[in-house]
Write a protein that binds this ligand. Structure first.
Ligand code: MN3
Length: 200
C-alpha cells in the first residue's frame, strides 16, 4: 500500500458541463484525499500497511474494532473507482459484451437505467449506486450505504455513481435525480465497465 492517490484520469474541468471543476476539486482534492490521509494515520505503523487496499478492505469488513479502517479504505477504493466510472465522452448505451449481458439480465438497457437511477435516488442518506456482477453470474443493480461496497459482499463492481451530497450539491443542490440522469446520459464510462466485466 503506498499512500498516494492515483491521479484523476482527466483534468478537473473535463466534465465541466455536467460536473464542475469546483466539485471535482473539492471531491478529489479534499474528500478523497482526506480518506487516504486518515487511512495512512490509522494503519501506517501496523501490519496492514504492507497489504493491498483490497486486502485491507476485506480484513476490516464486518469487524467492529476496525470500522474506521474499513470506512476510510473503502472510500479510497470507491472514489478511485468512481473517477474511472466517469468519462467526458461517457453516457448513453454501452457497446461490447456488456450490452448483450445487460439486455439478457435486465430485459433492456432502459430497464437497467431505471433500476440504476432508482437505486441512487432510493439510497437514504449517503452511499453509492452500483452495477455489479453477482456470485450467481448475473448482473445486478445495488445500492450501498456510506462506505460499503460490492467487494465486501463477494460481488464484482463494474460501474458506480457516488450519491453522497458532496458529489453533486454544488452543481445540483438537492436534485439528486437530475445528477443521476446526467450520469446515465452523459458520464457513465462503459469502456471502463466493459473492461471490468471482461476482467472477471
Ligand atoms: Mn464522494
Amino acid at each position: 500500500m503506498d499512500f498516494q492517490l492515483p491521479p484523476l484520469p482527466y483534468q478537473e474541468d473535463a466534465l465541466e458541463s455536467h460536473i464542475s471543476a469546483r466539485t471535482l476539486s473539492f471531491h478529489y482534492g479534499k474528500h478523497h484525499q482526506a480518506y487516504m490521509t486518515n487511512l495512512k494515520n490509522l494503519i501506517q505503523e501496523t501490519p496492514l500497511a504492507a497489504k493491498s487496499l483490497e486486502e485491507i478492505i476485506l480484513e476490516s469488513a464486518n469487524n467492529a474494532e476496525k470500522v474506521g479502517i474499513f470506512n476510510n479504505a473503502a472510500q479510497v477504493w470507491n472514489h478511485t473507482f468512481y473517477w474511472n466510472s466517469l468519462s467526458p465522452k461517457g453516457g448513453g448505451e454501452p457497446k461490447g459484451p456488456l450490452a448483450a449481458k445487460i439486455a439478457e439480465d435486465f430485459g433492456s438497457f432502459e430497464k437497467f437505467a431505471e433500476a440504476f437511477k432508482q437505486a441512487g435516488v432510493g439510497q437514504f442518506g449517503s452511499g453509492w449506486a452500483w452495477l455489479v456482477l453477482d456470485k450467481d453470474g448475473k448482473l445486478k443493480v445495488t445500492k450501498t450505504p456510506n462506505a460499503d461496497l460490492p467487494l465486501a459482499h463477494g460481488q464484482c463492481a463494474l460501474l458506480t455513481c457516488d450519491v453522497w451530497e458532496h458529489a453533486y450539491y454544488l452543481d445540483y443542490q438537492n436534485r439528486r435525480p437530475d445528477y443521476l440522469d446526467i450520469f446515465l446520459k452523459n458520464l457513465a464510462n462503459w469502456d471502463f465497465a466493459n473492461k471490468n466485466f471482461e476482467g472477471v
